[in-house]
Design a protein. Structure first.
Length: 321
């Protein structure tokens, strides 16, 4: 049986790099990776392509001959940018995904995998199921632009799936963490920023923006990668939108405490009540993915933290990334 040709867009990013590393170990796949401005990294059996995914001509030329396209390319950053410059998550992401979806249809790609997110959901105690959100509900004000952009692309996936050429998987995942995440303090999410603060503090303190009472549903990246592999191998329907989550939310102050504990350092936690925060707390129900794909998370939070700290030490040592 010929190998499936798989193209990973955004291969130098957090999720993309973890995907490329995992998929390159499979003997049944021919793995190709797309980069934009960041340099390629050496990985046996991976073929690299440089492309600007906002360029229609470049996208059309790139997609020919592939069986699966995994779309992990996006403009992303942390809460500072989400609060101060939210437009950076809207325009480029809408353009590149529109071009990729049309390009996959034209090139007769068999399967397109899109990473959506969970920013459209409002805070509540009970985990959300996929069918419970609709367009009549309000989004958090800080997520209005990025949330509707993700929903637009989800509907584009559903639209193209109805044309009978390409199968589409939409993954609404919660906060993902693990190796290759962003660990710089300007662009990172709360987990990556907290790891860097814990590992590099010279003052004996780690600062949390806000009170730390808001909560996040945190999923280790290996579980998300396994979700993609199961969707590639097992999904037969033309379109599926599924949650990928741990299924419960942890308060940020608890997350930071557990990161500090895993670091093995004697650090005091302080709060910057003027720092940018997004006060929202919820979790997602992933039973649909379990029913359709046999997927459920396997790596608990503390084990994921330990693995990430071990990777951080091996990658950065005592230096700041």
């Amino acid at each position: 049986m010929p190998h499936q040709r798989v193209l990973v867009c955004g291969a130098t990013g957090f999720i993309g790099r973890n995907l490329v590393e995992a998929l390159s170990r499979r003997a049944d796949l021919e793995v190709h990776a797309v980069r934009f401005t960041r340099p390629a990294y050496d990985l046996a059996g991976v073929t690299w392509h440089q492309a600007d995914l906002r360029d229609a001509t470049a996208v059309g030329a790139l997609l020919k001959g592939f069986d699966v396209v995994i779309q992990a390319a996006a403009t992303t950053s942390g809460s500072r940018d989400i609060v101060a410059t939210p437009y950076i998550h809207v325009t480029d992401n809408a353009v590149m995904n529109s071009l990729l979806l049309r390009g996959c249809f034209d090139a007769k790609v068999r399967h397109f995998v899109f990473f959506s997110c969970s920013v459209m959901y409002q805070p509540r105690e009970k985990p959300w199921r996929e069918e419970e959100w609709d367009a009549s509900q309000e989004m958090h004000v800080n997520y209005f632009g990025s949330g509707w952009t993700k929903l637009y692309v989800e509907k584009m996936c559903e639209f193209f799936s109805r044309l009978g050429v390409t199968r589409h998987t939409v993954i609404r995942h919660t906060n993902v963490f693990g190796p290759h995440d962003k660990f710089d303090l300007e662009k990172s999410h709360v987990f990556g920023a907290s790891v860097t603060k814990a590992m590099t503090s010279k003052t004996g303190t780690v600062t949390i923006w806000g009170t730390g009472e808001e909560a996040r549903d945190l999923l280790y990246v290996d579980d998300l990668v396994r979700f993609v592999e199961l969707a590639m191998d097992r999904q037969r329907s033309a379109y599926e939108m599924m949650h990928a989550s741990a299924g419960h939310a942890l308060q940020i102050k608890d997350v930071v405490n557990r990161i500090v504990r895993a670091s093995g350092r004697d650090l005091r936690i302080e709060h910057d009540l003027a720092g940018p925060t997004i006060r929202t707390s919820f979790a997602l129900d992933s039973q649909r993915a379990k029913q359709l794909l046999g997927w459920e998370p396997k790596v608990d939070f503390d084990e994921g933290v330990r693995r990430t700290i071990d990777w951080w030490r091996a990658t950065y040592g005592a230096s700041k990334p």
